[in-house]
Design a protein around this ligand. Structure first.
Ligand SMILES: Cc1cc2nc3c(=O)[nH]c(=O)nc-3n(C[C@H](O)[C@H](O)[C@H](O)COP(=O)(O)O)c2cc1C
Length: 319
């Protein structure tokens, strides 16, 4: 028998290391901007994850950069942006207006550049955590990224850990690896406070009329609903490989998806492509998560984390 509680009684807060978030729902890097404040109160979100910033300004990849496919989207954006100085001077204050913790996503081409930029972000007031995007498949030749193998992932993490002091450091992993658990263990060993699983998976679409790839860059990163089971499986593997919190991302569009990822071991989740389909997907997911927990008698959403993992906690009561 499930004891009834009201939605208002549900505690949605979660802890990611030293950081407490009001709820486990946040945007996935690069899929969301402050302009969404016209649609809903961004202060409602558990955190605000920025688009990845790079040390220097970048033009991004050749057009076109987006191609819709069955059940998802391919992108080869290539992280265009005005660089770190502009980010710190202009974008951080813009994000801070909303009151939710600001998580700065960082991407860089070398270990030294990761460390230098991470140090500057850690010194910037109002940054609650750094999310190191060591997994972007667009930045390096052949789609290679640090996160493809444990050694380069560990090297980048170690250098950033030394550079940022006590600032929370999340490391975002790539699905484009043969052994995600090994990469997760490697970054945890070098001091990551959380792992974010996962970035987009490399894919391809071809326009059969022109005989050319649909994306200007050729290959791109695949995201959206069809990607969900793969991302969920990786969260499940990471949660069993590391003790630090896992933040799940990949195909999540609703509270039900969020619960699934939390049961697989995620402490919090990020929504990306879903916000393109419905700009209110995140506030809707927060409300539905609260209602779902109340209906199930789950007083603390944090108790969902790992509920489906083998030999951990008993499952949430059915019915
Ligand atoms: C258009 C677009 C841009 C993205 N830009 C970034 C980025 O700047 N940094 C990053 O770490 N991930 C980036 N991603 C990956 C997302 O943060 C997320 O990991 C991925 O899309 C899977 O989640 P989803 O299926 O909910 O979209 C981007 C994804 C898309 C679709």
């Amino acid at each position: 028998m499930v004891s009834a509680i009201t939605p208002a009684q549900v505690d949605l807060s979660v802890r990611i290391g030293s950081l407490t978030l009001a709820n486990p729902i946040m945007p996935a890097s690069g899929t969301f901007g402050p302009e969404l404040a016209q649609v809903f109160d961004l202060g409602l979100l558990g955190a605000l994850v920025t688009k990845s910033v790079t040390p220097e300004a970048r033009a991004g990849n050749p057009l076109p950069r987006l191609a819709e496919t069955e059940g998802g989207v391919l992108n080869s954006i290539g992280i265009p942006g005005k660089g770190l100085d502009h980010f710190i001077a202009t974008q951080v204050p813009d994000w801070r207006r909303f009151g939710a913790p600001v998580v700065a996503s960082l991407s860089a081409p070398t270990v030294a550049a990761f460390a230098d930029a991470a140090r500057r972000l850690a010194e910037t007031p109002g940054i609650a955590a750094i999310e190191a995007n060591i997994s972007c498949p667009n930045l390096e030749e052949d789609g290679r990224a640090f996160a493809m193998h444990p050694e380069p992932a560990a090297a980048a993490t170690a250098a950033m850990r030394r550079a940022v002091g006590a600032t929370p450091l999340w490391v975002k992993l790539s699905p484009n690896t043969g052994d995600i658990a090994a990469v997760a263990r490697a970054v945890e060993a070098e001091g990551a406070d959380a792992v974010v699983a996962v970035n987009t998976i490399l894919g391809l679409a071809i326009d059969i009329e022109t005989g050319r790839p649909k994306l200007g860059a050729g290959m791109g990163g695949f995201s959206g609903p069809a990607f969900k089971p793969i991302a969920l499986r990786m969260v499940w593997q990471c949660a069993q490989a590391v003790r630090v919190p896992v933040i799940g991302v990949g195909g999540i569009a609703s509270a039900a998806d969020a619960v699934e990822f939390m049961m697989a071991g995620a402490t919090a989740v990020q929504l990306g492509t879903a916000s393109f389909v419905s700009p209110t997907a995140m506030p809707q997911a927060i409300g539905e998560l609260r209602a779902w927990c109340a209906r199930k008698g789950v007083a603390r959403a944090a108790a969902l984390t790992g509920a489906a993992l083998p030999a951990t906690r008993p499952p949430v009561a059915a019915g």
